[in-house]
Design a protein around this ligand. Sequence first.
Ligand code: GLN
Length: 461
Amino acid sequence: MALKGTTCVERTRIALANAEQHRDRNAFVELFAEEALQRAQVLDKKKSEGGSLGALFGVIVSIKDVIAYQGHSLTACSKILDGFRSVYSATVVERLLEADAIIIGRTNCDEFAMGSDNRTSIYGPVKNAIGNNKIPGGSSGGAAVSVQVGACDVAVASDTGGSVRQPAGLCGVVGFKPTYGTISRHGLIAYGSSFDQIGLLGYDLSQLEMVFEVIKGRDDHDATLIDTPDHTPFATDEPPRIGLMQNALEHKSLDPHIKESIQKLTGDLQSNGASVETFAFEFLDYVIPTYYVLASAEASSNLSRYDGVRYGYRAEEAESLDDMYRKTRTVGFGDEVKRRILLGTFVLSYGYYDQYFGKAQQVRRLIRDELQVQLDRYDYLILPMSPSVAWGIDEVKSPVELYLADIYSVLANLAGLPAMSLPLWTNKSGMPYGLQILGAPFQEKKLLFHAREIMSSHEKR
Ligand code: GLN
């Protein structure tokens, strides 16, 4: 549901009321109610006095609990960060506030953003606002639900292997992951640094684009950032050239309804004048092993800083320093995080490094190069967002089953590409599923333009 209301105060009240009304969904780990209302008052006053208004004046934003906000708790939904308060704000938070946005609260997610169904959070699982007891997807399940229930206009989250787009697809909202290196990671809790990317969820493409414009761009705190000078809007009358990843559609894990919907859509696009060609992506079966080897390796290194000394939780009654580290990490991390640390440490260890980590890096390069070849041919690529709709919160899934569900989402991160999930469909039981589109690096404007075209032509049918 889109947020209504005219003044900042009125809109903030509505957002807070919506969040309260859907408290059972567990989308927020904390609402900044008082603070948001105060800020809304200040903004309204500024407007009534004729002050100059920021580009995001009154836009209500939620932030995932992996994004630092000075003076506020920050936990990555993990026990190990229990009690930790951030001493500085992430660059994205600073830019949002400078542009007069209102931050409404911190959203729930999988522990350290590791997961695909938001069931590993220390604060408990998040429930999809659609369906009966369904997962919202992950890791940014809280972010997706905060949009679904009208508790914000835009949710700011992170996407390491699909965490913005996959929950967006499963919750029926738009998910947008820009090119790696366009938005500062300063103040984002690191998971897999060469994959991590801030992304946005919402309903309104223009609003997502506006937020993107405000938060992107060079930042001295993040050396991987590239300035993208092109602010001009993209528009064309040329019919798009679209590449359809055929073997992704033929994959055995894909729900046949999703395949049919995509085929019907590409047929419609063709009758509107688009050229649609199919191609086979020969590395499809390698994307999951490659991603999980590399992301876990990076995670094992990034998470070594949580040792009980510097941040959050510390085990009491330790006999020695080593014992304190061990106890802190044993109690502080959940099972999934431990599994990744173990896997990551193994693939980086002496004797296995070349076999696993080195090999995965080589395959990553092949994946990237192959996608680039396709992106030189086509304006954008089409593939499913997820193999299925949202599953039940109580459904038992093995870790490997969960990893395999990321088959379509990790590609964009392996190659650093901009990608979106568009909420086009629901199945017979009303559960949403999305279309994924992938663009060439730094062509966000073009991707957003085509996203708009797809959505509006789909609405007309
Ligand atoms: N599901 C993937 C993982 O667990 C992606 C998570 C993410 O994008 N943060 O690694």
